[in-house]
Design a protein around this ligand. Structure first.
Ligand SMILES: Cc1ncc(C[n+]2csc(CCOP(=O)(O)OP(=O)(O)O)c2C)c(N)n1
Ligand SMILES: [Mg+2]
Length: 800
């Protein structure tokens, strides 16, 4: 192959490997350590991808392509972006340091145009597949017409393939007819701990073929292919093909002389082959025997640039972990670092003078101007940074929430979406819903009936065509607005993550809403965390929740999810009791998910709530199937604001209050009943409706921090609400979830507090049975109040 780019690419490959290796070396051996902790970094894992990433970024990629880089190849990525001028020397000098270049590529923390964050292995891989579905969705809706389709590319560690979420994604991708997705497996036959199983490649081939992917195996580089054509070459190929992974790795580590000895021992009696071996000196022999396709630029370019279709492709690229470094092939090299002596040897070979380590073209054999001119013209980077933004979608002043005297929040959610589906607003046009096979049971049915299911090719509902009565209209069409997933919550969150980045990835804003059963958040939790870490924007609507789903039993009861809501960064969590609250929260949410965050959380807090609301985020709604009586009230702007801020007084405590009850969600009737009972004997009992423990808590923490910094007047919403109650007053908190969710309320102003909730795996029963069992019924609330609130014991306790 006589490609004029090759000499430049070969030089840049050397430079990229140097910069990556030096960045890690500098962080560990040169930069002053303030805490004596090893800084770390993965020189061998990075080297494994140096050639592949050079071929991609410096030649094969187009600006519209989006890439998830194997997390521990982050230094290679940063090196490439440094050469493009998108990464600074200061950040590289501070690799893994405070505000330095990140250990694993990060969309939100790094400055160098990262497409997808990675870190938790497997998630970035699946992210590319789901991003491709999002791209199809955007295109099928007639948007982003002036932009070419990008390929969504993952650089995958071979051991990363063990992560189950990748297989879940593969199956879903097959169902959705995924296109434009490339996974490039860095087949270095090493994981973190050891050398991997023999023959794994054959499993991969069979697997991907079964799902309709093209499999491109990239095994031998051009040097080896040429040697195979020499006399005796076929025997050499056989030898390598049957060489166990461990032996190959060990010989790679030992180098040319070891290769010679072993080959001569095994094959020395074979005339032409012995000549083939003997015609090369040790260094040449070492280079030949490690010339795998994953380190061969001509082979890689041909493979990448030879794909002329949009079907998904997996490249199985044989590589060497630590290629080009003294660590190459050693089974312990995952966290291994070149020691200073080894590094000096490498420096010598790289011809880099001390003090010139960061120079762009130091030690290279082509003139700097030529190399600079080559980089200038690299297609991927020619148009600068590739992130888009999209205008905000207008959100109506109020959302219609059809009133019924008694409703559940889950019902209300369905009705609100149904009203939106009937409307002809930009918001309704941009909403996209998705659910892992619980669309109907989470009340998305009405929305889907009106807006249809998404597929690139239309597919009519046969039941409808056959005139069989059904409540649901299951028509697939390109303009459909619901993406139906199989039962895999990991996939739900990774799809939401992709949909919620559409404005940035594809320049078209979507408002994604995903529904699932609340307990199964845990099933996809790492993916939810990943989506939030990437600053993706979406709604998670989880229903049913808690023990309130009573007859469903313990396996479906969520206990800890409110604590997830409280602690998950990037996610504002709400648990409304009433549908009018839900409507206010959703209206706020539609706007909140569109706010421009810097993702770094450095935004200045709002002076009313002390929340970092300016930056926006995603929304979690914990809903319930319990039908409860709805308050007949008017939604005033003040009430609406308090609902969004996290709490309001349902019944304001008087000046002599001895006890207040703070409740969340579906237990509203129990809290109201308990307050009614107590009011017979006590004056001034208060009832606090908590719509978001998360936002109350975050505001409180932030206000304390602000005061500690000298902003003495900082006061959060919960501090204001609880400020007027007497110090001897007790607080009983109650929710259908872990009691710690509201347990901290007593610390706000030092009120004695008893927190009720659910702590243990439950069982089947009626709602009343289970509330009683967990002590969260009205009697339980009253009993708790009696124990903590001053005053005489009163008669209703005796009746219990
Ligand atoms: C979910 C998760 N579990 C564990 C890890 C720790 N970890 C980082 S890399 C790695 C092994 C990676 O091996 P491979 O994917 O083959 O990459 P290589 O270093 O060989 O290139 C492990 C276990 C992680 N980052 N994420
Ligand atoms: Mg590996």
């Amino acid at each position: 192959m006589n490609d004029p780019r090759l000499p430049y690419l070969a030089e840049l490959e050397k430079k990229i490997l140097w910069l990556s290796t030096w960045t890690i070396h500098h962080a560990n051996h040169v930069r002053e350590s303030s805490d004596g902790l090893k800084v770390g970094g993965h020189q061998a894992s990075s080297a494994s991808l140096a050639t592949i990433m050079t071929a991609l970024y410096m030649a094969a990629l187009r600006p519209e392509d989006r890439v998830a880089v194997k997390p521990h190849a982050s230094p290679i990525y940063h090196a490439i972006q440094y050469l493009f001028g998108n990464q600074t020397k200061e950040k590289l000098e501070n690799f893994r340091g405070y505000k330095g270049a990140q250990s694993y590529p990060s969309r939100t923390k790094d400055i160098d145009d990262v497409d997808f964050s990675t870190g938790s292995v497997g998630l970035g891989v699946a992210q590319t597949l789901f991003a491709s579905i999002v791209q199809d969705y955007v295109k099928a809706h007639g948007w982003a017409k002036d932009r070419g389709e990008g390929r969504m590319i993952a650089l995958v560690g071979d051991a990363e393939m063990d992560e189950g979420n990748i297989f879940e994604a593969l199956l879903e991708g097959w169902k959705q007819g995924v296109r434009n997705t490339w996974w490039i497996i860095d087949y270095n036959r090493q994981s973190l701990d050891a050398v991997i199983r023999e023959g794994l490649y054959a499993r991969f081939e069979a697997l991907f073929t079964a799902f309709g992917w093209q499999v491109v195996t990239l095994k031998y580089g051009s040097l080896l292919e040429a040697a195979f054509a020499e006399p005796g070459g076929e025997r050499l190929r056989d030898w390598i093909d049957t060489c166990p992974n461990q032996l190959y790795s060990a010989l790679t580590f030992q180098g040319g002389a070891a290769w010679r000895k072993r080959l001569m021992d095994d094959l020395g009696d074979q005339g032409p082959l012995a000549a083939l071996i003997e015609s090369r000196n040790d260094e040449e022999l070492g280079r030949l025997m490690t010339n795998l396709a994953g380190h061969d630029l001509p082979t890689l370019l041909q493979a990448f640039e030879g794909i002329d279709h949009d079907r998904p492709v997996v490249f199985l690229a044989y590589t060497i972990k630590g290629f080009g470094l003294p660590l190459a092939g050693h089974k312990d090299n995952h966290a291994g670092l070149l020691n200073p002596t080894q590094f000096e040897g490498y420096r010598e070979r790289a011809k880099v003078r001390p003090g010139h380590e960061w120079d762009y073209f130091e030690g290279l054999d082509l003139p700097a101007e030529e190399l600079a001119a080559f980089i200038e013209k690299v297609p991927f980077a020619a148009q600068g940074r590739r992130r888009f933004s999209a205008p905000k979608i207008a959100v109506p002043e109020t959302l219609a929430a059809p009133r019924q005297p008694a409703q559940s929040t889950q019902q209300g959610f369905g009705l609100i979406l149904n009203e939106l589906a009937r409307s002809d607003t930009p918001l309704a046009e941009r909403i996209v819903t998705t659910s892992p096979d619980v669309t109907v049971s989470t009340n998305l049915g009405a929305w889907v009936n009106r807006r249809g299911l998404f597929a690139r090719q239309s597919l009519a509902d046969t039941f409808k065509a056959e005139r069989i009565p059904s409540t649901f209209n299951w028509d697939f069409k390109p303009e459909g607005q619901h993406i139906e997933l199989g039962i895999a919550e990991m996939n739900l969150f990774i799809l939401l993550s992709g949909l919620g980045l559409s404005h940035s990835l594809f320049g078209e804003r979507l408002i994604p809403i995903g529904t699932l059963y609340d307990p199964f958040i845990a099933r996809g939790l790492d993916a939810l965390n990943y989506a939030c870490y990437q600053d993706s924007r979406f709604f998670v609507v989880a229903t049913p929740s808690g023990v309130t789903l009573a007859p469903e039993g313990g396996a479906h009861q969520s206990i800890g999810t409110p604590l997830i809501g409280l602690s998950q960064d990037g996610l504002a969590s709400f648990e409304p009791a009433y549908v009018d609250e839900l409507a206010e929260i959703m209206r706020f949410g539609f706007e909140y998910v569109q706010r421009d965050g810097d993702g770094d959380g450095d935004g200045e807090p709002n002076e009313r709530t002390w929340l970092r609301d300016e930056t926006g985020g995603s929304i979690y709604l914990r809903l319930s199937t319990r039908t409860i009586e709805q308050p007949a009230r008017e939604m005033t702007p003040e009430l609406s604001q308090e609902i969004v801020d996290g709490a309001y007084w349902m019944r304001k405590p008087g000046p002599n209050a001895q006890v207040i009850v703070a409740y969340t969600g579906a237990l509203a009737p129990e809290a109201i009943e308990a307050v009614g009972l107590m009011a017979e004997d006590r004056r001034d009992v208060g009832l606090l409706a908590v719509t978001s423990a998360d936002r109350l808590n975050a505001g409180w923490t932030a206000a304390q921090r602000a005061r500690e910094r000298g902003l003495v007047h900082a006061q959060s919403h919960i501090e204001r609400l609880l400020g007027a109650i007497p110090s001897h007053c007790g607080i009983v908190t109650v929710l259908d979830g872990h009691p710690a969710t509201l347990g901290w309320l007593g610390s706000v102003h030092g009120h004695r507090t008893r927190s009720l909730g659910v702590e243990h795996f439950g069982q089947t029963g009626s709602i009343q049975d289970l509330y009683r069992h967990n002590g969260i019924d009205a009697q339980g609330i009253v009993a708790a109040a009696e124990m903590i609130a001053p005053g005489r014991p009163i008669r209703y306790l005796k009746a219990m």
